[in-house]
Design a protein around this ligand. Structure first.
Ligand SMILES: Nc1nc2c(ncn2[C@@H]2O[C@H](COP(=O)(O)OP(=O)(O)OP(=O)(O)O)[C@@H](O)[C@H]2O)c(=O)[nH]1
Ligand SMILES: [Mg+2]
Length: 360
């Protein structure tokens, strides 16, 4: 899974990126145009526990790729330029994390001179909508032209979909709110439609406003056209400092500040939720491992994530849920208790299942 950190200049993207990627002596130069990418381990207390029990040679956490993109710049006409470089940076991102500045700090410039998170959220959304509208409009013109020239069924099927998307964006609604089928999404997958990507809005607070965060978030939500956006508060500067401490100090300081969950934990749980993702585990003396799958994946689909051969040669899956395994303490006790099962191809895997795939 790829998550792109995007936003206006100086909103705190790189600071957050360094925090979640655990980069201790960062190079804060922002002259680069390409995204900086880090592979980040997805923390999972259940995998820590399984590692304690199995003492495997290797523990493999699920990972995500985080993209730190250069801030979007304002041009002289007061517009943000969506450059081809920006589009290229976020091309394959599964979700965008929009970093919005809420911290006040006179030493850090704001591209629009004042701190106003609602304005910044609407600003970016509008620019993304404009971008998609222009793309869809030119695609419709092109499709009409090509359909006139040659009778191509694929193009003919695409046209009404693009028209439907255009009509939706024209009402200033992002494409992620349009209910599209898997097939329709597949047809759009080659295009750079920014409002189609799932969006998480991260509000970067300063440490002095922790007490009022709830109230401020409510106000922000109330002022947005879409009330059901996912909004995640975090504390850019202080969380970076916390990330450089050892576990004990970090926990003490987090408690002192009243920070319950780290930015990384919040981003990951929201992203998993938004993208409909979950984890299953494989365990053993060699390796304990967390795997990321979609929520509706069957046992056979999940086997395919481990290895395509496991998909093709799938016979059955041995399944115990993590909670049952921890309650019972061993596989044999799970068998005695009737919570160890053999499941077929169509079994829908549940978050926290421990699987062992039997294959030919
Ligand atoms: N006071 C305060 N300063 C912050 C916070 N987050 C980031 N900054 C500062 O704001 C400045 C810009 O932060 P960056 O993380 O580089 O912002 P950015 O979004 O990556 O900037 P560009 O890549 O240039 O768009 C730096 O000086 C940071 O130290 C915060 O939560 N509080
Ligand atoms: Mg940056």
């Amino acid at each position: 899974m790829q998550i792109g950190l995007v936003g206006l200049q100086y909103s705190g993207k790189t600071t957050l990126f360094n925090t979640i990627a655990g980069i201790e002596n960062p190079d804060m130069q922002t002259a680069k145009e390409e995204a900086t990418i880090e592979v980040v381990k997805v923390p999972d207390a259940r995998l820590d526990k399984l590692t304690e029990l199995f003492i495997p040679k290797k523990t493999v956490f699920a990972t995500i790729e985080v993209f730190d993109t250069p801030g979007l710049k304002m041009s002289d006409d007061g517009k943000v330029k969506i450059t081809s470089q920006f589009l290229n940076n976020v091309k394959n991102n599964d979700a965008l994390f929009y970093v919005v500045r809420q911290f006040t700090d006179d030493s850090v410039a704001h591209p629009m001179n004042t701190v106003n998170s609602v304005r910044d959220i609407e600003f970016l959304e509008t620019e993304f909508l404009f971008h998609d509208l222009a793309f869809l409009e030119s695609r419709i013109a092109k499709l009409n032209k090509e359909i006139m020239k040659m009778k191509d069924d694929k193009l003919k099927r695409e046209l009404p979909l693009i028209e439907k998307c255009f009509a939706h964006v024209e009402t200033e609604q992002p494409l992620r709110n349009l209910h599209l089928t898997e097939d329709e999404l597949k047809m759009l997958s080659g295009y750079q439609l920014l409002t189609l990507k799932p969006l998480l809005i991260g509000i970067n607070f300063d440490e002095n406003s922790i007490e009022n965060v709830g109230e401020t978030l409510n106000k922000i939500r109330e002022s947005l056209p879409n009330k059901n956006e996912t909004i995640i508060p975090f504390y850019g500067k202080i969380e970076y400092e916390l990330s450089t401490m050892d576990d004990e100090d970090r926990n003490t300081f987090m408690a002192d500040y009243g920070i319950k969950e780290s930015a990384l934990t919040k981003i990951l749980s929201s992203a998993y939720e938004k993208l409909g993702l979950q984890s299953f585990f494989t365990v053993g003396e060699d390796e304990c491992r967390a795997w990321t799958i979609k929520k509706n994946y069957t046992a056979q689909d999940s086997a395919g994530v481990i290895h395509t051969d496991f998909y093709n040669k799938f016979i059955r899956a041995e399944v115990v849920h993590y909670d049952d395994f921890i309650a019972q303490g061993s596989f044999s006790k799970c068998k005695d208790a009737g919570v160890w099962r053999l499941e077929g191809k169509q079994y829908i895997v549940v978050d926290g299942d421990i699987l062992n795939i039997r294959h030919s």
